[in-house]
Write a protein that binds this ligand. Structure first.
Ligand code: ADP
Ligand code: MG
Length: 396
């Protein structure tokens, strides 16, 4: 794994100003933070630094202001919620390049700096902007894995200018991901589901070369089934990707990766909760007016058996349209199997993706996986085998 420094390498922090890149991009509803998961994720790093007497300056983006200072995207809105989560007072600095404003802060102070994207240079990774940000701190800590796939001044440029360290959340995420795809214990299984193949082509191409079992579910399985000559009726299916799907299956063959496509499926004529037309059938028996909305129970049982032979699992994408019952059944069943195997100690399980996290929460097993990433885009790019600029900058 890339070698990077962590907070363990930081000694004598008293009075030092530490610029910490965090993810404060929380959802808001009626002016209030509606989900504080991302705020809580910063606590280990922020409390540790503040307790050691550092001045902790939190650097983050909020929404997409595209270089303009906009009141509706001001990080001032999250300060109260952050103070509540942190359990200590939190100061606010109205510009993330205002070195004068942070000069007099007492050791142990925690301050949120205004939205880094109020500066046009941020998303261009402008070295001049990074230089002005760097004047605020003595040390740079990146604790925002979720922003590490972007080379911006606050995620990449700064790491070139100040001594750079991974925060605790970043460290935990990188270690978990390394265990899952870097140097995993074999056999390794990957579950890739979700709506469309087109959004996950690079993920699939990377995984077939890496894993022993590739379990394909969700709408994207239909594209693979169709490519193999199965009539998928009016299922969600990207027929224009037939050649691409076949190329991925051939690459899997060459790499000795076993691809698991469903052989029974749950279908309906209309997409609704518990529709009267609901039935389970073999993939070869889907009628022209039916659509596949979940993997069938026999296939799920076979997948569970395959998982039992594996030591490592990476999961992105639900197996069915899990938001609408009963098309959550396959996802819930396989997630529970994975969770149980993890708890028994026979499986390392790592999952990520917006809807995947929602699906695991729905199944009640998110806490039983080894690691669940809330990072979205960065997690997918990692699954694609790409180097994340924010991580690479830490390991220089
Ligand atoms: P993630 O956000 O975890 O990366 P995706 O966004 O790729 O996952 O996919 C999630 C979506 O895929 C869900 O909204 C789910 O309803 C949809 N989906 C899964 N299976 C099917 C299916 N057979 N037909 C239509 N949509 C499906
Ligand atoms: Mg999604």
């Amino acid at each position: 794994m890339a070698v990077f420094k962590t907070l363990d390498d930081l000694t004598d922090l008293a009075g030092k100003r530490v610029l910490v890149r965090v993810d404060l991009n929380v959802p808001m509803q009626d002016g209030k933070v509606s989900d504080d998961t991302r705020l809580r994720a910063t606590l280990p790093t922020v409390t540790e630094l503040a307790d050691k007497g550092a001045v902790v300056l939190l650097l983050a983006h909020f929404g997409r202001p595209k270089g303009e200072a906009r009141a509706d995207m001001s990080l001032r809105q999250v300060v109260d919620a952050y103070a509540a989560v942190l359990g200590r007072p939190v100061a606010f600095i109205g510009d993330c390049t205002d070195a004068g404003a942070v000069a007099g802060l007492e050791p142990g102070t925690v301050a949120v700096l205004e939205n880094s994207r109020f500066h046009k240079g941020e998303e261009k990774n402008d070295p001049d902007l990074a230089g002005r940000m760097a004047k605020l701190g003595d040390i740079y800590v990146n604790d925002a894995f979720s922003a590490a796939h972007r080379a911006h001044s606050s995620t990449e440029g700064l790491a070139r200018l100040l001594p750079a360290y991974a925060g605790r959340a970043m460290e935990a995420e990188l270690k978990a991901l390394e265990k899952a795809l870097g140097e995993p214990e074999r056999p390794v299984a990957a579950v890739v589901g979700g709506a469309k193949v087109s959004t996950k082509l690079d993920v699939l191409r990377h995984l077939v070369a890496k894993v022993d079992h590739l379990i394909i579910g969700g709408g994207m399985a239909n594209t693979f089934l169709a490519a193999r000559g199965v009539d998928v009726g009016k299922s969600l299916c990207e027929h224009d990707l037939t050649d691409t799907a076949n190329a991925i299956l051939d690459a899997a063959d060459r790499a000795n990766c076993t691809v698991h496509l469903p052989y029974d499926v749950v279908v309906a004529k209309e997409f609704a909760a518990n529709p009267p037309s609901l039935r389970t059938c073999n993939v070869h028996e889907v009628a022209a007016d039916e659509m596949i909305l979940d993997v069938g129970p026999a296939a799920v049982e076979a997948l569970a058996d395959a998982l039992k032979t594996c030591r490592t699992l990476v999961w992105n994408g639900p197996l069915g349209a899990f938001e609408t019952p009963p098309f959550d059944a396959a996802t819930v069943a396989l997630a529970r199997t994975a969770a149980a195997l993890t708890q028994e100690g026979s499986l390392v399980s790592v999952a990520g993706g917006g809807d995947t996290v929602a699906a695991l929460n729905h199944a009640g097993v998110a806490d039983d996986f080894s690691f669940v990433s809330t990072a979205g885009g960065a997690f997918l790019e990692w699954m694609e085998g790409k180097e994340l600029p924010g991580v690479a900058a830490l390991s220089r």
